[in-house]
Design a protein around this ligand. Structure first.
Ligand code: WT7
Length: 635
């Protein structure tokens, strides 16, 4: 990307106006000046939210890895592209230059080809935060294979569901992973998951923890010997602008996870442009995003956005609490990190610990702090600002979603005055609107409603893999002609946005997006359970925690309730992963339902959050009498 940054607020408004009044001219200029194209586009944008269909840079040809790697070789070949900081602070960090990255990605791409992977094939990546994870993504992109990264904290069942949904041909995993002082048997989880999958022909295994694992002959291959033999040059596959780049699953309020499909050119342009401006990245900066590449934040702001800018991007394998609660701050000091991007849940957890963990370290390299994934509460915002940024590094509270691909609402550091708990203003090119429940737009300031976007941006997901109808219903039907986020938001007296939280049945726990339906389905698998309902309630560290109401099959089920609670959480862990475990489980004889049989989660939510005094009118319920009994037995 060119070196130009937006420098002051007036300029932001000027550029913003241009991007809204002349979006095609605006994005054409960004695309033209900052990337390598094998062929230019025939049209900048074609769109119709009623179908919905969006095409950016139609007809253009490119490869994203040529933009993220090859073009830097001459000017930045010896600059560190990926700076790997291992779980164990005593293991040396690894500095992978753009030249080395190029060799490793090319070799990896050749290994994929040698195992029969071709353009359009889906490859599931289930790896811990080690360099091979970034390399595997890029290797897929180089040959036009569609990567589908599954966060390595998901269970075997969740992994299998995702592999099957996309008919993946290959899985890339490791012999295990390090997490603090624990190891996790990733390969074992893959083996278990693959018992339920028919499309996977091969499994590539990275050696990381060096334990003995089972290798299934004819299916499983250690990757190291294959890489050793592979050629270090692999021609790029020339991709169409709208060819798929990756699938990434996100939870829905109902049913199966949704495989959000992102395509090539628009995603590249938007993640690169946002990265540059949201983090004010300068050539010699060291940038660190502590997210996992299993989430969209990692795809866009550890891998593609930074590398498209020729940045140095830190990849951290560990956890904030190992070997102690100073680990993040020690890494910042060690690598002189300039931009640090993390989640409110991590900030809240670390803010609970002694300040000495922070004070031990020199954090003077920091210039920009970022927050993402959930609303950041005022206390956490100030703690971050005072103790980490020392009141001199602006906090960018960035709002976006897996579906969005890149940051949508955010301050621009040193440009937009920040305000605690506010994501402030739309990024360039983004057109937010707030809608009321009747579908009317709320104009002007000091309003609160449902957050929508009324115009496409380059990195909007194009569909849900294999289910375009669901894509349309989920995002484009609630408000005609608009993309609906599922979040509530308010616009204050100066036009700043604050996200107020989900308005659907998605609950954000520790920054993880969890749908209620899959968790309820898992609980209902327990032989003693008749029915269940999940709601969120506020939690000091996690933001929200899960509260489950469970009806047992036999009234007065005599078994020990604590054991049942453990078993229920065990089932959830097996079906989804430990992130979806319930903090509280209340056994009840009934659940409040509408006359059409729908569970009234709104009432359950109020009870769980101690607001049972204002439940509103419950007389229209099918069974209003259960409500009092639920209140009486609240945990
Ligand atoms: C949901 C999307 C985008 C990165 C990881 C999450 C919530 C995200 C913020 C923020 C308040 C936020 C929303 C959104 N969210 N960023 N800065 N302030 N809420 O991606 O898993 O697709 O979750 O995360 O509720 O809809 P995701």
């Amino acid at each position: 990307m060119s070196n130009y940054h937006i420098k002051h607020l007036e300029e932001y408004f000027q550029v913003y106006r241009k991007s809204v009044n002349h979006p095609e001219a605006f994005w054409e200029e960004i695309a033209e000046e900052n990337f390598i194209w094998r062929k230019k586009w025939d049209a900048v944008l074609e769109w119709d939210f009623s179908k919905p269909e969006v095409k950016w840079f139609k007809g253009a040809k490119l490869n994203i890895t040529e933009n993220c790697i090859d073009r830097h070789l001459l000017t930045r070949g010896n600059k560190t592209a990926i700076l790997f900081e291992p779980n164990d602070p005593n293991e040396p960090a690894e500095y992978i230059t753009y030249k080395q990255l190029s060799i490793r990605v090319n070799k990896f791409a050749n290994v994929l080809k040698s195992k029969g992977i071709q353009k359009g094939d889906r490859v599931c990546i289930y790896l811990p935060m080690i360099p091979e994870l970034s390399i595997a993504l890029l290797a897929c992109a180089r040959i036009g294979a569609i990567h589908s990264v599954v966060f390595a904290g998901f269970s075997a069942t969740a992994l299998a569901t995702r592999i099957n949904d996309a008919d993946c041909k290959m899985v890339i995993t490791s012999d295990g992973s390090f997490r603090g002082n624990k190891t996790i048997d990733l390969k074992g989880i893959v083996d278990e998951g693959l018992e339920k999958c028919k499309t996977v022909e091969s499994v590539l295994v990275v050696k990381r923890i060096h334990t003995d694992i089972q290798m299934k002959s004819g299916r499983d291959y250690w990757i190291a010997p294959l890489l050793e033999k592979a050629s270090a040059t692999c021609e790029i596959e020339i991709m169409d602008a709208e060819d798929p780049l990756f699938i990434l699953y996100t939870s829905g309020s109902t049913g199966q996870p949704k495989g959000m499909l992102h395509t090539t050119a628009g995603y590249m342009v938007y993640t690169a442009y946002t990265f540059k401006n949201v983090f004010n990245y300068k050539e010699d900066d060291v940038y660190w995003c502590s997210a996992d590449i299993g989430w969209i934040t990692g795809h866009s702001y550890i891998v593609y956005g930074p590398l498209a800018n020729g940045a140095t991007s830190v990849m951290f394998e560990g956890v904030p609490s190992y070997p102690d609660f100073g680990r993040f701050w020690q890494v910042i000091e060690k690598h002189k990190v300039n931009q640090f991007y993390t989640a409110p849940t991590a900030i809240r957890a670390l803010a609970k610990e002694k300040l000495a963990f922070v004070e031990k370290h020199d954090l003077s390299s920091l210039k920009v702090l970022g927050s993402v994934g959930e609303p950041i509460n005022e206390e956490a915002w100030h703690w971050y600002n005072d103790n980490i940024g020392k009141k001199k590094s602006p906090i960018v509270d960035t709002f976006f979603q897996t579906e969005n691909g890149g940051i949508m609402l955010t301050p621009i550091p040193y440009v937009t005055p920040t305000k605690p708990t506010y994501a402030t203003l739309p990024f360039i090119g983004i057109q937010p609107v707030l809608m009321d429940e009747n579908g009317q737009e709320l104009k002007g300031n000091k309003v609160e409603g449902r957050l929508c976007f009324q115009f496409p941006w380059p990195s909007i997901a194009r569909t849900i893999w294999g289910n375009h109808q669901r894509y349309k219903e989920t995002y484009f039907t609630a408000f005609k002609g608009k993309y609906f986020t599922g979040d509530g938001a308010l616009r204050d007296e100066v036009g700043y946005y604050r996200i107020t939280g989900r308005v659907d049945d998605v609950i954000i726990v520790s920054g993880h997006n969890l749908g209620t339906a899959p968790i309820e389905d898992a609980i209902n698998e327990h032989p003693a359970v008749a029915e269940s309902a999940i709601v969120g309630f506020p939690h000091d560290i996690k933001g929200n925690a899960l509260y489950g109401y469970v009806i047992l099959k036999e009234v007065g089920e005599s078994r020990n309730h604590d054991n049942l609670r453990k078993e229920i959480n065990q089932i959830i862990t097996e079906h989804i992963g430990p992130i979806a475990k319930l903090d509280k489980i209340q056994f009840t004889d009934g659940l409040p339902k509408t006359r059409s049989g729908k569970i009234m989660r709104r009432i359950l939510r109020k009870i769980a959050t101690n607001e049972s005094k204002n439940l509103g009118d419950i007389s229209t319920l099918l069974n209003p009498e259960v409500v009092q009994s639920i209140i009486d037995h609240k945990l």
